[in-house]
Design a protein around this ligand. Structure first.
Ligand code: ZN
Length: 153
């Protein structure tokens, strides 16, 4: 008795289920349609992120600048006045907001022991730091015979 009642109702249900299943399969096999909005959001977010990044770099570039020549000359003099320093090249300075970055190459005697070369570089750094206390100083120690070959690094 119950089987006879169930049959007419369950048949249309199965058809509907099958359509639903087919719908799911079609969507999956077509693939993209369900993901398009997500890709759109992802690309939009990426573009915004890139724009913010580029904007920030541009602002920093506008704010960054070399120290005035008078101060650059002062740094050269400070370094060259340290005993055993034979020359100097590749001086780069960068003032960015509160931070000052100073890089330079010292020309030192070819045969100087590394320990001495290091001490001389420390002296140069101390001399510069006495005038520019908050600076970030990088000193490259070159054998004098190499001259300025690697100046533009
Ligand atoms: Zn050098």
């Amino acid at each position: 008795m119950t089987g006879a009642i169930r049959a007419p109702f369950s048949a249309p249900k199965r058809v509907a289920d099958r359509r639903f299943d087919q719908g799911k399969i079609d969507l999956a096999s077509l693939g993209w349609s369900g993901f398009d909005p997500l890709f759109g959001l992802a690309i939009g977010a990426y573009i915004l992120y890139s724009a913010a990044h580029i904007g920030r770099e541009a602002i920093q570039m506008l704010m960054d600048h070399e120290l005035p020549e008078v101060q650059r000359e002062q740094i050269r003099t400070l370094a060259l006045n340290v005993p055993m320093v034979r020359g100097l090249h590749g001086l780069r300075t960068r003032q960015s907001g509160q931070s000052l970055i100073i890089q330079l190459h010292l020309e030192l005697d070819d045969q100087l022991p590394l320990l001495h070369a290091h001490r001389i570089a420390d002296d140069v750094e101390a001399q510069i730091r006495a005038v520019y206390p908050d600076s970030d100083i990088t000193i490259h120690q070159d054998p004098a015979s190499l001259g300025r070959e690697d100046a533009e690094t």
